[in-house]
Design a protein around this ligand. Structure first.
Ligand SMILES: [Zn+2]
Length: 116
Protein backbone atom coordinates (compact mmCIF):
# COMPACT_ATOMS: atom_id res chain seq x y z
CA UNK A 1 0.00 0.00 0.00
CA UNK A 2 1.53 3.26 -1.11
CA UNK A 3 -1.23 5.70 -0.17
CA UNK A 4 -4.96 6.37 -0.10
CA UNK A 5 -5.31 6.62 -3.86
CA UNK A 6 -2.16 4.95 -5.11
CA UNK A 7 -1.10 1.39 -4.32
CA UNK A 8 1.02 -1.40 -5.68
CA UNK A 9 -0.22 -4.81 -6.84
CA UNK A 10 2.07 -7.79 -7.31
CA UNK A 11 1.00 -10.42 -9.83
CA UNK A 12 3.49 -13.16 -10.77
CA UNK A 13 6.42 -10.96 -9.73
CA UNK A 14 5.23 -8.10 -11.95
CA UNK A 15 4.41 -4.95 -10.00
CA UNK A 16 1.59 -2.67 -11.09
CA UNK A 17 1.03 0.82 -9.69
CA UNK A 18 -2.69 1.66 -9.58
CA UNK A 19 -3.94 5.19 -8.99
CA UNK A 20 -7.67 5.37 -8.28
CA UNK A 21 -7.90 9.18 -8.43
CA UNK A 22 -6.14 9.43 -11.79
CA UNK A 23 -7.85 6.23 -13.07
CA UNK A 24 -4.51 4.77 -14.18
CA UNK A 25 -2.72 1.45 -13.89
CA UNK A 26 0.64 0.23 -15.18
CA UNK A 27 -1.10 -2.53 -17.15
CA UNK A 28 -2.75 0.33 -19.20
CA UNK A 29 -6.10 -1.49 -19.48
CA UNK A 30 -7.95 1.16 -17.48
CA UNK A 31 -6.62 4.04 -19.60
CA UNK A 32 -7.47 2.25 -22.85
CA UNK A 33 -10.81 0.65 -22.02
CA UNK A 34 -12.18 3.19 -19.55
CA UNK A 35 -13.13 0.32 -17.22
CA UNK A 36 -11.07 -0.45 -14.11
CA UNK A 37 -8.70 -3.38 -14.68
CA UNK A 38 -8.66 -6.40 -12.40
CA UNK A 39 -6.02 -4.87 -10.13
CA UNK A 40 -8.03 -1.69 -9.67
CA UNK A 41 -11.31 -3.62 -9.40
CA UNK A 42 -9.88 -5.71 -6.56
CA UNK A 43 -9.02 -2.61 -4.55
CA UNK A 44 -12.38 -0.97 -5.30
CA UNK A 45 -14.18 -4.12 -4.14
CA UNK A 46 -12.09 -4.27 -0.96
CA UNK A 47 -13.08 -0.67 -0.22
CA UNK A 48 -16.73 -1.70 -0.76
CA UNK A 49 -17.19 1.03 -3.35
CA UNK A 50 -19.15 0.83 -6.59
CA UNK A 51 -17.17 -0.13 -9.70
CA UNK A 52 -19.42 2.15 -11.77
CA UNK A 53 -18.12 5.27 -10.02
CA UNK A 54 -14.66 4.52 -11.44
CA UNK A 55 -15.92 3.59 -14.91
CA UNK A 56 -15.76 6.13 -17.75
CA UNK A 57 -18.96 8.16 -18.28
CA UNK A 58 -19.28 6.86 -21.86
CA UNK A 59 -20.44 3.56 -20.33
CA UNK A 60 -23.21 5.23 -18.33
CA UNK A 61 -26.88 4.46 -18.87
CA UNK A 62 -27.52 8.06 -20.01
CA UNK A 63 -24.91 7.77 -22.77
CA UNK A 64 -26.25 4.36 -23.81
CA UNK A 65 -29.84 5.64 -24.00
CA UNK A 66 -28.68 8.67 -26.01
CA UNK A 67 -26.74 6.47 -28.46
CA UNK A 68 -29.52 3.94 -29.00
CA UNK A 69 -32.52 6.15 -28.22
CA UNK A 70 -33.40 6.94 -31.83
CA UNK A 71 -35.92 4.87 -33.73
CA UNK A 72 -34.74 2.22 -36.21
CA UNK A 73 -37.48 1.87 -38.81
CA UNK A 74 -38.25 -1.71 -39.84
CA UNK A 75 -38.23 -2.73 -43.52
CA UNK A 76 -41.30 -4.80 -44.54
CA UNK A 77 -39.48 -7.07 -47.01
CA UNK A 78 -36.37 -7.41 -49.18
CA UNK A 79 -37.87 -5.55 -52.16
CA UNK A 80 -37.67 -2.29 -50.19
CA UNK A 81 -33.89 -2.61 -49.94
CA UNK A 82 -31.83 -0.52 -52.37
CA UNK A 83 -30.23 -2.36 -55.31
CA UNK A 84 -26.85 -3.82 -54.52
CA UNK A 85 -23.98 -2.86 -56.77
CA UNK A 86 -22.03 -5.72 -58.35
CA UNK A 87 -18.42 -5.14 -57.35
CA UNK A 88 -17.04 -8.43 -58.70
CA UNK A 89 -14.09 -7.67 -61.03
CA UNK A 90 -14.61 -8.95 -64.57
CA UNK A 91 -11.00 -9.01 -65.78
CA UNK A 92 -8.82 -9.89 -62.82
CA UNK A 93 -5.47 -11.36 -63.88
CA UNK A 94 -2.39 -12.34 -61.87
CA UNK A 95 0.54 -9.92 -61.93
CA UNK A 96 3.12 -10.35 -64.71
CA UNK A 97 6.06 -12.64 -63.86
CA UNK A 98 9.23 -10.62 -63.46
CA UNK A 99 12.60 -12.34 -63.89
CA UNK A 100 15.08 -11.37 -61.21
CA UNK A 101 18.70 -10.64 -62.15
CA UNK A 102 21.21 -13.50 -61.94
CA UNK A 103 21.06 -17.20 -62.71
CA UNK A 104 18.03 -19.08 -61.60
CA UNK A 105 18.59 -21.85 -59.06
CA UNK A 106 18.17 -25.31 -60.56
CA UNK A 107 18.86 -27.43 -57.47
CA UNK A 108 18.25 -26.96 -53.81
CA UNK A 109 20.96 -25.73 -51.48
CA UNK A 110 22.78 -28.46 -49.57
CA UNK A 111 22.77 -28.33 -45.80
CA UNK A 112 26.16 -27.75 -44.15
CA UNK A 113 27.81 -31.15 -43.69
CA UNK A 114 25.50 -32.85 -46.21
CA UNK A 115 27.16 -35.23 -48.67
CA UNK A 116 27.53 -33.74 -52.13
ZN1 LIG B 1 -4.26 -2.57 -14.45
Amino acid sequence: MAGEEEYEVNNANIHYIVNLRKATCDCKFWEIAGIPCRYAALEIAQRREELETYTDVRFSKQKYMRAYGHCIHPIPNHSYCPEEMDVTPTDLKPPAIKRMPGRSKKSRRKEPGEAA
